[in-house]
Design a protein around this ligand. Structure first.
Ligand code: NAD
Length: 476
């Protein structure tokens, strides 16, 4: 397969270039390196129509066959992992190792979805009547993905949506459309025409999708701000929505941690994927008894980490994915400088081409500072000293977000108790960011609506239908 050019959309089983294109930029050098199709409104209409046509037979296909198709797709992704990974690095910026992890994760997520089943609940089975609730597909799902994990987060949606019997129109982010388009080429060999359509485009395409009457559901992953728009736009036609949105995850580091053991893990909790993870640790609350040694250990470890072009051997952290996000992160750094906060590391602007921001750690900024209150989504971590556990839990929860969080301590029963007091969709103890296709994942408060993963996530691609049958009397 050619991964260098010839990027095409998949509409109704056909691969096509569309009539217009837009540039895709390599964030490691800020240069355009490929062109992606820029879908028109009529391309969107064609994709929706194709999905609507494919829906009746796909939804009537036995679930075992749909599962087999997901497994086939998963295997085909693995077979092309090398090319997909290299392309992902070029458009997203992440190091090859991380890109490979994402591609293999995407394949694994499809396998995981294929292992789920749609439950049937028997509500009553009496002499008088039989009643069951089953789950039927919704119809056509619009899936909208962000740029931080374009392939993995697309599969969070595709696996369960297709398994449940829906047809899908998938739209990657304009910053990272290419790997998803090549996946479309792979999928065109496996799925019946129209079951999966992939269209790429600029800023107008997402709003066209959410307003389009041909969708029964929008499954969206992106920022909280955009999530609000998606929900508003879906309202006139009462589309179902699943919204996986932003986070400002706290980590609470207890006084009994073994600093040397956790420092490296805590570093990656915040800086994996250059901090561009919805469930990255975005505020690190450290007990005053271990604040100084942990601070030193984090800084010492950070100095060993290699930042650079993700395509270069040994790179551990790549550039920020796009100019908008790069400028946003620089703005947060500037604000911290203007306020006179202490930088333990980083903060300086890089003069190499590309959207590089050095690993930046800020020493105990005030609770109401922008870097503590806002989602940075980049390599800037506020370390905050705490003394009182009730107070720190209150601070951890005093935000509109509620996506993830973690508690770190040698007394893991105590840490587990504290975890239960954090108002987030997922809370980890002594690890972070572990997700599974078998477990529900979603945000509380303004971090989201609904969940992905597990049976709970699968059911979001269905309508519950209750069937009631009156039993005829044995004698007339
Ligand atoms: P974004 O909201 O800017 O864009 C996400 C997607 O929505 C893109 O495909 C974009 O083209 C599209 N879009 C933009 N405006 C739209 C509109 N008005 N209507 C419909 N679609 C529209 O988000 P991003 O910058 O790509 O991603 C970063 C954000 O995503 C962060 O806030 C991060 O926390 C969040 N995120 C959440 C999760 C999660 O699972 N909760 C996972 C990853 C990222």
């Amino acid at each position: 397969m050619n991964f260098d050019d010839d990027f095409k959309m998949l509409i109704g089983g056909e691969l096509g270039a569309g009539t217009a294109t837009f540039d895709v930029i390599n964030p490691a050098n800020a240069k355009a390196f490929a062109k992606a199709p820029d879908a028109s409104k009529s391309d969107l209409d064609s994709a929706v129509s194709a999905a609507r046509r494919a829906f009746p037979s796909w939804s009537a296909t036995p679930i075992a066959e749909r599962k087999a198709k997901l497994v086939e797709l998963s295997n085909a992704i693995m077979a092309q992992a090398d090319g997909l990974k290299r392309l992902l690095t070029r458009e997203q910026g992440k190091p090859h190792g991380d890109a490979e992890f994402e591609i293999m994760g995407a394949a694994m997520w499809l396998q995981g979805a294929a292992a789920l089943d749609l439950p049937v609940t028997i509500n009553e089975d009496s002499d008088e009547r039989y009643s069951e609730t089953r789950h039927v597909p919704l119809g056509v799902v619009g899936a909208i993905a962000p740029w931080n994990f374009p392939m993995l987060l697309a599969m969070f949606k595709l696996g369960p949506a297709l398994l449940a019997g829906n047809a899908v129109v998938l739209k990657p982010s304009p910053f990272t459309p290419l790997t998803t388009l090549k996946f479309g080429e792979i999928a065109s060999q496996i799925l019946p025409a129209g079951v999966l359509n992939i269209i790429s485009g600029g800023d107008a395409l997402g709003p066209w999708m959410t307003a389009h009457p041909g969708f029964d559901k929008i499954s969206f992953t992106g920022s909280t701000q955009t999530g609000r728009r998606v929900m508003a736009s879906a309202a006139p036609t009462l589309k179902r929505v699943t919204l996986e949105l932003g986070g400002n995850d706290p980590a609470i580091v207890m006084p009994d941690v073994d600093v040397e053991k956790v420092a490296e893990q805590l570093f990656w909790a915040a800086f994996q994927n250059n901090g561009q993870i919805c469930i990255a640790t975005k505020r690190m609350y450290v007990h005053k008894d271990v604040y100084e040694p942990l601070k030193e250990a984090l800084v010492a470890y950070a100095r060993t980490v290699k930042i650079g072009d993700g395509a270069e051997q040994g790179t551990q952290i790549g550039p920020i994915n796009n100019l908008t996000q790069y400028e946003r992160v620089l703005g947060l750094i500037q604000d911290a400088k203007d306020k006179g906060y202490t930088f333990l590391l980083g903060g300086e602007k890089s003069d190499v081409p590309g959207y590089f921001v050095p690993v930046t750690i800020i020493d105990n900024p005030p609770e109401d500072s922008r870097i503590v209150q806002e989602e940075q989504f980049g390599p800037v971590l506020p370390l905050i000293k705490f003394d009182d556990i009730d107070d720190v839990i209150a601070k951890a929860n005093a935000t509109e977000y509620g996506l993830g969080g973690s508690v770190w301590g040698n007394d893991d029963d105590r840490a587990f108790e504290i975890a239960q007091r954090i108002a987030s969709g997922t809370v980890w103890v002594n690890e972070t960011q572990h997700l599974s296709p078998m477990a529900a994942f979603g945000g509380m408060k303004q971090s989201g609506v609904g969940v992905e993963g597990g049976v709970e996530g699968l059911l979001e691609y269905t309508n519950a239908q209750t069937l009631v049958r009156k039993k005829r009397p044995l004698t007339a």
